[in-house]
Write a protein that binds this ligand. Structure first.
Ligand SMILES: NC(=O)c1ccc[n+]([C@@H]2O[C@H](COP(=O)([O-])OP(=O)(O)OC[C@H]3O[C@@H](n4cnc5c(N)ncnc54)[C@H](O)[C@@H]3O)[C@@H](O)[C@H]2O)c1
Length: 292
């Protein structure tokens, strides 16, 4: 049962808020109630053992999803899945390196075998090596490794998820890009930036290819978020301040603040969105001069 009589569903008619003359045949807007926004869905979260992935896996589970926590660090994945189960949610952990297609296939198979299908794929795993620098000094091996994980890993994640999502009646893919896919930085990190630009282009292409096949594909562009990924960089006061001055809100973001935006893209609340890049960056990409 769904609709206004179902206590789990909040529904309202858009037309009720429009002047009579402008009313057209809008469908009702049906929104899940907080705490049940992913009820009945099965999600895979790559890089779910830390930072943004951990916060998202926990929020997905709190909103009713059954979650596969896939991480190259088995211990981190087990810890996150375990804490979800301890707090009454449903989750399993699987060790998976996103640069290996067989391991991503196994992670998506775990969703089907453990929970009966796959509806949400969060391609989140990524790296930010310390020796990724300017165009002249970044080692080729670093460039290759960053592309393998940050860009190829997203393609492989889409490739593993799509057939299983189609067999489950459709789904939503969310890919992690970054604000650096939209603006350049003099504090260069060429491989990372190029990989994230590639994620945006890939997201658009897959979104359009599958737009009529019940699969939505969107990207998220986080600003700088205080996670282990940036811990070393942000521990240095000068490097921290060099970045902070460019953030209009005057602070770094938190993993949970990205997780909430990912939840929106993963849930049916974003049902008419595909191929989009949702920017969650404290205002960085909107700014020229920031407040004193
Ligand atoms: N933290 C930020 O400021 C920021 C900003 C924009 C985008 N991002 C992106 O968000 C994503 C998550 O970053 P985070 O800040 O949470 O980082 P994090 O380092 O806290 O977590 C990343 C997780 O990914 C896992 N991982 C690394 N390589 C993997 C691989 N090959 N296969 C599977 N798992 C792997 C790690 O074990 C870790 O658990 C990354 O794609 C990152 O580029 C982060």
């Amino acid at each position: 049962m769904s609709g206004p009589d179902d206590p789990g569903i909040v529904s309202c008619t858009v037309q009720a808020f429009l002047p009579e003359a402008t009313r057209i045949d809008y469908p009702n807007v049906v929104m899940g109630r907080p705490g049940r926004r992913l009820e009945g869905k099965v999600a895979v979260v790559t890089g779910g053992g830390s930072g943004i992935g951990k916060a998202t896996a926990e929020l997905f589970a709190a909103e009713g999803a059954k979650v596969v926590v896939a991480d190259v660090s088995e211990a981190a994945g087990v810890q996150v899945a375990g804490s979800i189960v301890e707090t009454g949610g449903e989750a399993v952990a699987i060790a998976a390196d996103v640069s290996d297609s067989r391991e991503l296939d196994a992670a998506c198979d775990a969703a089907v075998e453990s929970f009966g299908g796959l509806n949400v794929m969060f391609n989140n795993a990524g790296i930010f090596p310390a020796d990724d620098g300017g165009v002249l000094d970044t080692p080729e091996a670093t460039w290759d490794r960053v592309m393998e994980i940050n860009l190829k890993g997203v393609w492989l994640g889409c490739r593993a998820a799509i057939p299983r999502m189609e067999a489950s009646g459709g789904g939503a893919i969310v890919n992690v890009a970054s604000f650096v896919a939209l603006v350049g930085a003099a504090t260069a990190q060429v491989a990372y930036t190029a990989s994230k630009g590639g994620v945006l282009a890939l997201t658009r292409e897959v979104a359009v290819e599958y737009a009529r096949r019940r699969i939505r594909v969107n990207a998220i562009c986080p600003g700088p978020i205080e996670t282990p990924l940036l811990a070393e960089l942000l521990a240095n006061p000068a490097r921290r301040e060099r970045r902070l001055v460019h953030i209009p809100m005057g602070r770094f973001g938190r993993g949970e603040e990205i997780a909430r935006a990912v939840l929106f893209l993963a849930s049916d609340e974003s049902s008419f969105m595909t191929g989009s890049a949702l920017v969650v960056d404290g205002g960085i990409t909107a700014a020229y001069v920031t407040p004193e």
